[in-house]
Design a protein around this ligand. Structure first.
Ligand code: FAD
Length: 393
C-alpha cells in the first residue's frame, strides 16, 4: 500500500502480512499465556517466571535482533505491535520485554563487541537470561548524568561500588547493563557502561515491595560492594556510557509508548463491553450520552497515541532521526493511558474500583509510565530543547 506523506511524516495505514501475522501471534499468546493469570499475578505481586521462557520461545525477546545472534529479526513496527498486545494483556509482562530486549539486548546489539554479542544475545533473545538496566540511583533519577556509582580501574579489572534503585527485572536478572563513573571527567562525560553478571560476588539485590502498579514485576534495588568486573565488560568506549544510556532510552520510550497504547486499547475494549451489558435507568448505560463521551474520549486517545508511536517505529526503520518523536510519543501515550484507564474506571462505576474488573489495574499500571524512562516533565524539556535550541534542565 502506498504511504500517505505529510511533510516528513509518513504514515502507512496498512500493515504488511508479516506485521499482521506477528500481531495475531501476540494476541493469541496473550489470550493463552497471560490473560488467565493477570489478576492472580497482580495479587501475588509476582508474574510466573516461566513466562520469560515462553516469550523467548515464541521469538518476542529477539525482535529486531539479527538471527545470527539468536534474534527473530522483524522491524520496529512489528516490535511495537507485539509490545502493544503485551501491554494490552499485562504491563508487568510487557515491561520484561521492554527492558530485557528493548533496553539491554538491543543496546548490546548496537554497541557491543563481537565477543559481548556472542556472550549475551543468544541467551537474552531465547529467554534463558533476563537483562536489567541499572541507571537510576537513590540520589539521581531525572538528573541521571550525575550518578555516583564508581568504577575504579585496578589492573585488568574495574572495582565497582554504588547503589541502583527501582531496577525493573532486577530481582530476576542474569545481567545488568550498569552505568558507573569510571573517570574524573565532569558531569556525564565520566560515565561508562558495563555488562555485569548478577552473580558476581559483591552484588546483592532487594525486591522493592508496595508498588502502586506493575505489581507483578520484579523491581529491585541493587547494591554493589567491591564488585570486580574485567575491563572487557565495558560496553562502548570509556566515557561514552551516558550516550549508550540515552540511545537505549530513545528507543525504549517508543516501547513504553506502545505499551501505553495497549493499556488504552484494553481500557476501550473493557469500557465498551461493560457499557453494553450494565443496565441503569431501564437500559444499557451505553445509551447515555455522558457515558458515550467517556468512551469516545478513550477512543481518540488510543488512535492519537498509536499514530505517534507508529511514526517513531517508521522513522527508526527508515534510518531517520527519531529521539524527539519518541519523547513526544511517550509523553502523549503515557498521559493518554492514564486518562483512558481513568475514564474506563468511571464507566465501570463502583465495580471499577475492585480488582475483579480490569480498569483499576490498568490505571495503576498506567500511572508509572508518566514517571519512568524520563518523567513527563523531562520529555517536555527534551522536546522544548529541540524546538528552541535552549536547554532548560
Ligand atoms: P526525580 O528525578 O526526583 O523527580 C521528582 C519530580 O521532579 C518529578 O515530577 C520530575 O518530573 C521533577 N523534576 C526533576 N527534574 C526536573 C526538571 N529539571 N524540571 C522539571 N521537573 C523536574 N530506572 C532504571 O535505571 N532502570 C529501570 O529499570 C527502572 N525501572 C523503574 C520501574 C519503576 C516501577 C519505577 C517507579 C522507576 C523505575 N526506574 C528505573 C526509575 C525511573 O526512571 C525514575 O524514577 C525516574 O527517572 C524519575 O526519577 P526520580 O524517581 O528520582 O524522580
Amino acid at each position: 500500500m502506498d504511504p500517505f506523506v505529510w511533510g516528513d511524516l509518513v504514515v502507512n495505514l496498512g500493515l504488511s502480512e508479516e506485521q499482521t501475522a506477528v500481531r495475531r501471534l501476540a494476541r493469541d499468546f496473550v489470550a493463552r499465556e497471560i490473560a488467565p493469570h493477570v489478576v492472580a499475578w497482580d495479587r501475588a505481586e509476582e508474574v510466573d517466571r516461566g513466562i520469560v521462557n515462553k516469550l523467548g520461545e515464541v521469538g518476542f525477546l529477539g525482535l529486531t535482533v539479527d538471527e545470527e545472534y539468536g534474534g527473530s529479526g522483524g522491524d520496529h513496527l512489528a516490535y511495537c505491535l507485539v509490545t502493544e498486545e503485551l501491554g494490552r494483556g499485562d504491563s508487568s509482562v510487557r515491561g520484561i520485554v521492554s527492558v530485557s530486549l528493548g533496553l539491554v539486548a538491543k543496546t548490546i546489539a548496537a554497541w557491543g563487541s563481537e565477543e559481548q554479542k556472542r556472550r549475551w544475545l543468544p541467551g537474552l533473545t531465547a529467554g534463558e537470561y533476563v537483562g536489567c538496566f541499572g541507571l537510576t540511583e537513590p540520589g539521581t533519577g531525572s538528573d541521571a548524568g550525575s550518578l555516583t556509582t564508581r568504577a575504579v580501574r585496578e589492573g585488568g579489572d574495574y572495582v565497582v561500588n554504588g547503589t541502583k534503585m527501582f531496577i525493573t527485572n532486577g530481582t530476576w536478572a542474569d545481567v545488568v547493563l550498569l552505568f558507573a563513573r569510571s573517570t574524573d571527567a565532569p558531569g556525564h562525560k565520566g560515565v561508562s557502561a558495563f555488562l555485569v553478571p548478577t552473580d558476581t560476588p559483591g552484588l546483592t539485590r532487594r525486591t522493592v515491595h508496595g508498588k502502586l502498579g506493575l505489581r507483578g514485576q520484579a523491581t529491585a534495588e541493587l547494591v554493589l560492594e567491591d564488585v570486580r568486573v574485567p575491563a572487557s565488560a565495558m560496553l562502548g568506549e570509556e566515557g561514552k556510557g551516558f550516550s549508550v544510556a540515552m540511545s537505549a532510552l530513545a528507543k525504549g520510550r517508543m516501547s513504553v509508548a506502545a505499551g501505553c497504547v495497549g493499556i488504552a486499547q484494553a481500557a476501550l475494549d473493557a469500557a465498551v463491553r461493560y457499557a453494553g451489558e450494565r443496565e441503569q435507568f431501564g437500559g444499557p448505560i451505553a445509551r447515555h450520552q455522558l457515558v458515550q463521551e467517556l468512551i469516545s474520549d478513550i477512543a481518540v486517545d488510543v488512535d492519537a497515541a498509536r499514530l505517534l508511536t507508529w511514526r517513531v517505529a517508521d522513522l527508526i526503520d527508515r534510518g531517520e532521526p527519531f529521539a524527539v518523536e519518541s519523547s513526544k510519543a511517550k509523553l502523549f501515550a503515557s498521559e493518554a493511558a492514564v486518562r483512558a484507564a481513568s475514564n474506563a474506571l468511571q464507566v465501570f462505576g463502583g465495580y471499577g474500583y475492585i480488582d475483579e474488573y480490569p480498569a483499576g489495574k490498568l490505571l495503576r499500571d498506567a500511572r508509572v509510565m508518566t514517571l519512568y524512562e524520563g518523567t513527563s516533565q523531562i520529555q517536555k524539556l527534551l522536546i522544548g530543547r529541540s524546538l528552541t535550541g535552549i536547554s532548560a534542565f
